[in-house]
Design a protein around this ligand. Structure first.
Ligand SMILES: [Zn+2]
Length: 247
């Protein structure tokens, strides 16, 4: 297998991939953390036929890039997921696994060298496939009930300043009204409408239940990581507004 990017240090082919149906090309990049004790353990799993998981790339903590699956092929990284009305996100995405032990094994800041390389890799893939800035997402954005990666320590602001992804300066919560689990009615429905308009998989039913709370936490991890309480306070809602008008 020939690497698709000049940035690749090493190819470690994974058998875990398939056809992209109907000649689909990627228009999303999904960022993950590996969430295992070591990079080696993660690479072993992502290349083990019995695991049925993979990704196109792995970025090590020291900045080395491994390619596991050709970009033309459908890698198996997203699982059950939803974004902007579509469900089979593996078919339309690139998956990049970023080595970090994750919340279960000692979540820690992503080293600068690793982030510089993630930025270059996103730029390289993004340019080759014309992926829009709003198409660079966290695994938690597309699977809020199951996933928390790459998590609240991931520096989305740093990526944005380097021209990667979509981000706005988070609005501060100024007190005032907020919506939380158990709330019902038109304001909840309006808030769900905003989340869904951005892409999150929430039903617009006016009931602030688990689904809306978990989507709110995912939103907070990506766009307002100062507080991960699943409460749609004025800061969360204002940040969501700013994102929607700046797409
Ligand atoms: Zn993931």
């Amino acid at each position: 297998m020939t690497p698709d990017s000049a940035l690749v240090d090493r190819v470690v082919a994974s058998p875990n991939h398939g056809e992209r149906p109907d000649g689909r090309v990627p228009d999303l990049i999904i960022l993950h953390y590996t969430g295992m004790v070591s990079g080696e353990a993660a690479i072993e799993r992502l290349t083990d036929p019995a695991s049925s998981v993979s990704a196109h790339y792995v970025v090590e903590e020291d900045g080395r890039i491994l390619q596991l699956v050709p970009e033309m092929r459908r890698a198996w990284h997203a699982g059950v997921s939803f974004w902007q009305g579509s469900q089979d996100l593996n078919s339309r995405s690139m998956g990049i696994e970023i080595v970090n032990p994750g919340h279960e094994h000692g979540y820690r800041p992503f080293p600068d060298v690793q982030m510089r390389v993630v930025i270059e890799l996103c730029r390289d893939c993004g340019e080759r496939w014309s992926i829009p800035p709003v198409g660079i997402l966290a695994h938690s954005d597309i699977a809020p009930a199951r996933k928390e990666d790459p998590g609240e320590l991931f520096p989305w602001d740093q990526l944005f300043r380097a021209g990667i992804g979509h981000w706005v300066e988070p609005a501060l919560s100024s007190g005032g009204r907020f919506l939380m689990q158990g709330d019902r009615g038109q304001p909840v429905e309006a808030y769900q409408g905003l989340l869904a308009a951005y892409g999150y998989g929430v039903s617009i039913d006016g009931i602030f239940g688990d689904e809306t709370r978990l989507a709110t936490v995912a939103f907070q991890r990506h766009f307002r990581p100062q507080r991960l309480d699943g409460v749609a306070d004025a800061g969360v809602i204002a940040t969501l507004h700013k994102l929607l008008v700046s797409r």
